[in-house]
Ligand binder design. Structure first.
Ligand code: NAI
Ligand code: MG
Length: 501
């Protein structure tokens, strides 16, 4: 769903975005733009049309090695390692200002490469990225330790300091490329780490543009490095490299598992934001109109390609039909099309592979006895479009109910007068535990249910992401938290110092 509150669509800076795409793209290593060692390049395409967007450099193991050395050198070089916290904050704030100034161009580039409606890119992803930079800039000057009272014999002055972890490899997916890239680099740079960012092979463009801004605002050489490349080569080499101290990853649970194994070699610190199967629970007293809108937005935004998409809807039977009809009507009424069309509310999915994968889940569900209430079909055209889909009569064993689909597919279920305990048990019946949403006006039920849900983030009556609110998963949705104080602490090591005085 697009942001409906805008009076008029922005004028996308398409010319600037096209001019940038047409440039010769290289890798950014140690403060310089360089050709990949292999000389190889790969193409990126517009998922709405299949059109060629750009050719970018293909980083391989040799480039990973150079980037790791450049990042290590930055951690030893005074320009970055001894930069004062307020100077790091200033650089991040300058980057925020630059990103804000170029927001139209970034939005156009994002839509060209990723497909999402340009209004969503311009008025959600870009402002969020700018906010993330400013929020984390604020932490740079506040990463303090504690003084500690010791109980052993003698007189002691003991305290902790927080030091940057060191070289961090940051691997991001294609669903929100610029927002994800910034969510990774902002806290890492605020903490004083040296970063190697690898965007998804499907969507390298805004990360490339971002690297130019990082260069312009004057980060010291090697503090930020960019490798465009594939997961199984550049990504795998980064996660196995002994010179990398930490890996931060957002993507599939399957690759999360590979990263845990690869990181074991030198005990890299690992933060993982993986899949989800977020339950959305509507209690009988809820504001039904708001809940219908919220439930639809939660699963159809970004064509369902959100780790936290509300893909399982649990509704009290008294209002079940009303909610299913409401969400299905929104699904059927959603204008699906190219992200640059002014009336588009939902763009394409990232690729025809993803389209087939999503439609495969729907087909499997229907064959197993589910009922189709909306969508369920592909939409013709050269691009990878999927109609927003609503299913009922699924059961807990079906793949469509259990697995992350990462598309605009909702499974709706009803419950009766069970207690909150049983509702929570059904909602928790998942390998994932990223988010949960509750719709109710019953304060007591909201609090009690929120505590019973096994999810990293529970939202009551709507809401979205905020740089200050920790975000991450229970169970197979990941390790650790991003955002908030937890998010920046994750880029630091605590050192205890005790002095006999
Ligand atoms: P993926 O997990 O393979 O890709 C995400 C990132 O990981 C990309 O930058 C990719 O290059 C990198 N990568 C892939 N293999 C790697 C490896 N062996 N070592 C290091 N990095 C590697 O996700 P993919 O294949 O694009 O999508 C498949 C499914 O994964 C989706 O349908 C969705 O269910 C899930 N997914 C979940 C995301 C989330 O935010 N939770 C984001 C993207 C995908
Ligand atoms: Mg993959």
């Amino acid at each position: 769903m697009s942001t409906q509150t805008l009076e008029k669509p922005p004028v996308p800076a398409l010319d600037e975005a096209r001019a940038f795409a047409a440039r010769r793209h290289q890798l950014f290593i140690g403060g310089r733009w360089v050709e990949p060692q292999s000389g190889e390049r790969f193409a990126t395409h517009d998922p709405a049309t299949g059109a060629h967007v750009a050719d970018v450099a293909k980083a391989m193991e040799a480039d990973v090695d150079l980037a790791v050395h450049a990042a290590r050198a930055a951690m030893e070089d005074t320009a970055w390692a001894e930069m004062k916290p307020n100077a790091r904050a200033l650089l991040l704030n300058r980057l925020a200002d630059a990103l804000e100034r170029h927001a139209d161009e970034f939005a156009a580039l994002e839509t060209m490469d990723q497909g999402k409606p340009v209004r969503d890119a311009r008025f959600f992803d870009l402002p969020y990225a700018v906010d993330l930079l400013r929020y984390n800039a604020g932490w740079a000057t506040k990463l303090n330790g504690e003084s500690i009272s010791l109980s052993g014999p003698g007189t002691w002055h003991a305290f902790t300091v927080r030091e940057p972890i060191g070289v961090v490899a940051q691997i991001v997916p294609w669903n929100a490329p610029i927002a994800m890239a910034v969510a990774k680099i902002a806290p890492a740079l605020a903490a004083g780490c040296a970063v190697i960012l690898k965007p998804a092979e499907e969507t390298p463009m805004t990360a490339l543009r971002l690297a130019h801004l990082i260069e312009e605002v004057g980060f010291p050489a090697g503090a930020f490095n960019l490798l465009t490349g594939f997961g199984d080569s550049a990504g795998a080499a980064l996660t196995a490299h002994p010179g990398v101290d930490k890996v931060t990853f957002t993507g599939s649970t399957e690759v999360g598992r590979l990263i845990i194994n690869a990181a074991a070699g030198n005990f890299k610190r690992v933060t993982l934001e993986l899949g989800g199967k977020t339950p959305c629970i509507i209690l009988p007293d809820a504001d039904v109109g708001a809940a219908i809108q919220g439930a639809a937005r939660s699963i159809f935004s970004n064509a369902g390609q959100i780790c936290n998409a509300g893909s399982r809807l649990f509704v009290h039977r008294n209002i079940f039909e009303q909610v299913v009809e409401g969400v299905s009507a929104i699904a059927e009424g959603t204008k699906v099309g190219g992200g640059f069309d002014a009336d588009t509310q939902m763009g394409p999915v990232i690729s025809s592979t993803q389209r087939e994968r999503i439609l495969g889940y729907v087909k499997g569900g229907l064959e197993a006895g589910a009922t189709l209430r909306a969508g369920g079909r592909e939409i013709g055209g050269p691009g990878a479009f999927v109609a927003p889909t609503v299913l009922t009569d699924t059961d807990a064993q079906m793949a469509v109910r259990r697995e992350e689909i990462f598309g605009p597919v909702l499974c709706a279920m009803s419950f009766g007068d069970e207690d909150l305990e049983q509702i929570a048990r059904d909602a928790n019946a998942s390998d994932y535990g990223l988010g949960a949403v509750i719709w109710t006006n019953n304060l007591s039920a909201a609090h009690r249910l929120a505590r019973k849900l096994k999810a990293g983030t529970v939202r009551v009556n709507g809401g979205g992401l905020d740089p200050a609110l920790p975000f991450g998963g229970f169970k197979q949705s990941g390790w650790g938290r991003e955002n908030g104080r937890e998010g920046i602490d994750a880029y630091t090591e605590v050192k205890s110092i005790a002095m006999a005085i």
